[in-house]
Structures are given as structure tokens and as C-alpha cells.
Design a protein around this ligand. Sequence first.
Ligand SMILES: [Zn+2]
Length: 82
Amino acid sequence: MPLYEYQCDECGEEFTLLQSISADQDKTQCEHCDSTQVRRKFSSFASKVIGGTPKTSKPVSEKDYPNQDVFKLPIPRLRSEL
Ligand SMILES: [Zn+2]
């Protein structure tokens, strides 16, 4: 479900709503003054979050590092242990 960003024409406040694509924009109310005079704005933030990561991306693991030796190095001691 996409996240939509609205701006209220009545009070000027901006807010975001999670709505289905078929949601009726005319019935959307301002969170602050309950006005229905709201305008949907394009939300680039939402598209990034909702879109998620590409399917090709996966969590980085040791195998993704070309130099495996880096994992064999001793863990540096804390300064207080010296
Ligand atoms: Zn408002």
C-alpha cells in the first residue's frame, strides 16, 4: 500500500497517509483540522521505502569481500585494555 503525502489547503499542514491506490482522495481528511481540502503530493520518500530493496540485493556477507584475510585479523583491543 503506498504512502501518500498530503498538504492541507485549510491549515497548510502536511501529513502522510497509508492508502490504497483506489482510495478516494476527496474523502481524505486533514489530520490537523479535519478539512477535506487536501492535496496529494508526490512523495519521493515513500516510494523509496515502499519500493524496498531490489530483489537482486541481499545482505552483505563475508563472501562479498574480495579480501577474506580481513576477517582473520585480530580484533583491535580497546584502549583501556592496553
Ligand atoms: Zn488542515
